[in-house]
Design a protein around this ligand. Structure first.
Ligand code: UDP
Length: 237
């Protein structure tokens, strides 16, 4: 499947049309941004690593009965996905206190939550993705009740699958951001699952193996992404 017209450029990916109107090609870039695009940089080979990591997670989820937009891996930096009508809600699933939750509720980073927490953010760069709840979602018509119920169910199921899978690889899934869209009226997981969108902590050392290394200038960013891929594939990547 070859790329055709360029459609859209986001912070970490470029999207191209394909010969099939239902499918688009995603190209993963090395560009990295943080703090709403205030901090910009590049992480060497990030596009290649995230393309592999995201494909691995999408395949794992498909095996466990959770479909996504993922169709197949195409090349080092490209994957083929179903063209979704994106739902403008970012869904964050949390297992440990970190980032904005730590600030908002004054809790120490690392504290285990007694049960997973789901949060919704309005996907709007100008407004810096504000926190919203289900009432805002219905009032703004971002999703219907039925769609949001499916989103929440899938998000919790994805979280459970990934927590277990990663624990076996000595990785704590502290939190992650998911995006969903509609394909022929069905709610489907979209975007990516990668160290750009998740907090991965080494279960033994609590070392951060994700984009927080870039956000907080901790160094060895590429190495951390490589470590995640290698733990997922058992070094066979
Ligand atoms: N996240 C993301 N994109 C965003 C905001 C958050 O992928 O625009 C991810 C982030 O990497 C983390 C989780 O969502 O894994 C929760 O992020 P948080 O709300 O703590 O925000 P932060 O303070 O990290 O920006």
């Amino acid at each position: 499947m070859e790329r055709q017209a360029f459609l859209y450029e986001g912070k970490a990916k470029r999207i191209y049309a394909t010969a099939d109107p239902d499918l688009v090609l995603v190209e993963y870039k090395d560009d990295a941004t943080a703090f709403d695009g205030e901090k910009k940089g590049r992480i060497a080979n990030k596009g290649i690593l995230n393309n592999k990591i995201a494909a691995h997670f999408f395949e794992l989820l498909a095996e466990q009965g959770v479909p996504s937009h993922f169709v197949r891996h195409l090349s080092e930096r490209e994957m083929l996905v179903k063209k979704l009508q994106i739902i403008k809600v970012e869904v964050v699933a949390r297992n440990r206190v970190a980032g904005s939750l730590s600030k908002r509720l004054g809790l120490d980073e690392g504290v285990e939550l007694s049960r997973p927490v789901l949060e919704f953010y309005y996907k709007n760069d100008e407004l810096h993705d504000p926190l919203i709840n289900e009432y805002h979602i219905y009032a703004l018509k971002l999703a219907t009740k039925e769609e949001l119920q499916q989103i929440a169910e899938q998000a919790l199921q994805i979280n459970e699958i990934l927590v277990k899978y990663l624990a076996k690889r000595d990785i704590i899934l502290a939190d992650m951001k998911l995006e969903f869209g509609l394909f022929n009226g069905e709610v489907l997981l979209g975007d990516e699952i990668s160290p750009d969108t998740c907090r991965f902590w080494d279960a033994n050392t609590m070392e951060k193996l994700d984009k927080d290394r870039f956000r907080r200038d901790l160094g060895n960013v590429e190495k951390a992404y490589e470590e995640i891929l290698s733990r997922l594939t058992g070094g066979k990547n």
